[in-house]
Design a protein around this ligand. Structure first.
Ligand code: SF4
Length: 342
């Protein structure tokens, strides 16, 4: 079973020490005997140790920067939410298809923001602007926030902040099972807790450093018992030898493990594997031994924003995926809502 994340090296921005969470984290890492370095700004975190790109990349993923979020303008996060709430960036996982490799290319380290009250104030302004409409915030656009939250508890505070709001909703997704500290959060049903799941083969081969399927599903059952609305993102759906059986076994395990209370308000989001040319280059640089199939010839080209198209599965393969996965969801979880297949 994978252990909760612990950084090997911590950078602290001086301004972070003006906030209670910044001070707490400094003390925590000092007590744990973890190496701490001061930095004037996160852009100066250039000296990640390592002799070559691969070593630096790996070391960056075990480096935590404790910083202050300066931009309090939130990005939009359509279609699943109106805004992305910035609590952290970066992730310790080694999923070979992770899109953070392209979006955060030069900064693969993890950064957590300690000015959470200011971030919540900004969220409140966004909610007020949209009243009487509801406003949804996504907390996992730029990191796997659950995976680092046992250290910071900022997600827990966000869950409780939205719990008390009138028209705010929170959602996030994770590949980690370290959820225990979130079970007693006063969420008031305003947070949808989602797990990213996949066929066992896909997790074992392409999602190194994340929780096993069984552990994720057991964590989901605990989350459901704690009364959270629950969701699953099956992504990326990846064609491999025995994929039909692999996905069927995944749904069977889900069916055996989830309590009955989880089933009335359950969502599924289905996302097929895709890649862009720039993503393929960066994957091959970060994971040169990857077995991930990235052959443009086998795929269908889909035009995308800014002229960067995606390579998705062929039309008939997409139909087969959709038909298979929908069938299992309808069989095991007839009450669940399939939000989309893309
Ligand atoms: Fe990326 Fe999520 Fe994997 Fe982290 S757990 S590396 S954010 S895909």
């Amino acid at each position: 079973m994978i252990k909760p994340f612990m950084p090997q090296l911590v950078y602290i921005e001086p301004q972070a020490l003006e906030y209670p969470l910044g001070k707490q984290l400094k003390e925590k890492f000092e007590n744990l005997g973890i190496e701490i370095r001061q930095t004037t700004s996160h852009n100066q975190v250039r000296n990640i140790p390592g002799e070559n790109h691969l070593q630096k990349y790996r070391n960056a993923k075990s480096t935590l920067v404790v910083g202050v979020r300066k931009t309090l303008k939130f990005d939009t996060s359509k279609p699943s939410a109106e805004y992305a709430i910035p609590l952290a960036t970066g992730c310790m996982g080694h999923c070979q298809y992770c899109y953070l490799q392209t979006t955060m290319g030069s900064k693969p380290y993890i950064r957590t923001y300690v000015n959470i009250e200011e971030i919540f104030d900004a969220a409140k302004k966004y909610m007020d602007e949209r009243l009487p409409e509801e406003t949804r915030f996504e907390a996992a656009c730029t990191s796997d926030i659950v995976g680092i939250d046992h250290l910071t508890h900022s997600l827990k505070k966000a869950i409780e902040f939205f719990g008390q709001s009138d028209k705010g909703k929170l959602r996030f997704v994770t590949k980690y099972h370290h959820v225990d500290h979130l079970l007693d959060a006063d969420h008031r049903g305003k947070t949808r807790f989602r797990f990213s799941i996949n066929a066992d083969y896909v997790i074992r081969n392409f999602e190194h450093g994340t929780s096993a399927l069984k552990d994720r599903i057991e964590a989901a059952a605990k989350v459901a018992d704690a009364g959270y609305p629950l969701g699953f993102i099956v992504a990326p759906i990846y064609l491999h030898d025995g994929w039909k059986e692999g996905y069927e076994q995944m749904f069977q395990l889900l069916n055996e493990t989830l309590p009955s209370t989880a089933r009335d308000d359950l969502t599924f989001e289905l996302i097929q594997h895709r890649f862009t040319k720039p993503a393929k280059r960066v994957i091959q640089k970060n994971y040169p031994m990857t077995k991930l199939e990235l052959d443009e010839e086998k795929r269908k080209y889909k035009w995308g924003k800014y002229g960067i198209g995606k390579y998705v599965y062929q039309k008939d393969e997409q139909e087969e995926i959709k038909e298979n996965l929908h069938k299992h969801i309808e069989q095991y979880f007839p009450e669940a809502k399939i939000e989309y297949f893309t």
